[in-house]
Write a protein that binds this ligand. Structure first.
Ligand SMILES: NC(=O)c1ccc[n+]([C@@H]2O[C@H](COP(=O)([O-])OP(=O)(O)OC[C@H]3O[C@@H](n4cnc5c(N)ncnc54)[C@H](OP(=O)(O)O)[C@@H]3O)[C@@H](O)[C@H]2O)c1
Length: 255
């Protein structure tokens, strides 16, 4: 089969289409005939050599896909050949076929076409696990999503809005602020020329954010803690603004 690998990290020219052996379904695995793959920021970082795949993962890029089950390994009970599915992968999606543990496979949701399903699982799993399972966002609470117009951000806005939470976002242009409002954001802040701490406080009568989904890391640490409501939860899932920040424990104690 054909697959996309990165021989030397770099720009798009470092992507190579190569012939490799077809994957075989091991025990507990299914092989998917790939219809579509999502392109995530993590793929771009991996291509640039700035994000190592987990140990033992495929050298083929691609962290999510959709397609049709082509084979099932021993012990697989949930999936049968011919079912349309989507899957979260540790790698290997940029290929004609991929083998994946059955627990990482999901049915294509009703109303979602097969190609669109190839770009749903990674962001949905990221938002669900971080905003709802880790931070426990509740319907009456306020969520601040940094990068609300990005892949993860747009999913966070829609899920939190559907749950009934109040949603604030930051984004970098008027067009993106408007797009986030259309998806359900109640408070939209341009990170280039507005102070998100001040804007959020003013829009929430001084309360702040009960949960913050942060992609910036160090660059926003001080302001994120300032923007948190009492008993607020800050979940850092990206380090676009660096890894090392300074935390004022006095401010944290006040929360
Ligand atoms: N830990 C995990 O499980 C996990 C999983 C998936 C993703 N991630 C991380 O989550 C983040 C988003 O991923 P993605 O795939 O959604 O990437 P993406 O679509 O490329 O989105 C990146 C976002 O960063 C925003 N941004 C850039 N500078 C900013 C700033 N100064 N303040 C606020 N936002 C800023 C961009 O906003 P504008 O476009 O408006 O400028 C854009 O929305 C990345 O850091 C990624 O590594 C983590």
């Amino acid at each position: 089969m054909r697959a996309v690998i990165v021989d030397e990290p770099g720009g798009v020219e470092s992507l190579d289409v190569v012939e490799v052996d077809d994957p075989v379904a091991g025990p507990g695995e299914v092989v998917i005939d790939v219809a579509a793959v999502g392109v995530n920021r993590a793929d771009l970082l991996q291509r640039q050599g700035r994000y190592d795949p987990p140990p033992g993962a495929s050298r083929i890029l691609g962290l999510e896909c959709s397609g049709t089950v082509a084979a099932v390994g021993d012990g697989v009970e949930r999936w049968t050949v011919g079912t349309q599915v989507c899957a979260l992968l540790s790698g290997g999606g940029y290929a004609e076929k991929v083998a994946v543990p059955e627990g990482q496979v999901a049915a294509v949701p009703a109303g979602v076409d097969l190609v669109e399903a190839g770009g749903v699982v990674e962001v949905a799993a990221t938002v669900w696990s971080n905003v709802f399972m880790v931070a426990g966002l509740q319907p009456a609470e306020t969520l601040l999503v940094h990068g609300g117009a990005g892949g993860v951000g747009t999913m966070a806005v829609q899920l939190a809005h559907a749950l009934g939470a109040r949603v604030a976002i930051t984004a970098g242009s008027t067009r993106k602020l408007d797009a986030c409002r259309e998806l359900g954001a109640d408070i939209a802040i341009n990170y280039h020329d507005q102070d998100f701490v001040r804007e959020l406080r003013s829009a929430t009568d001084g309360h702040g954010a009960d949960v913050i989904l942060d992609n910036m890391g160090a660059q926003y640490l001080t302001r994120n803690v300032a923007a948190l409501a009492p008993n607020g939860r800050l979940v850092v899932i990206g380090l676009q603004g660096g890894t090392k920040g300074e935390l004022d424990l006095g401010v944290l104690l006040g929360k």
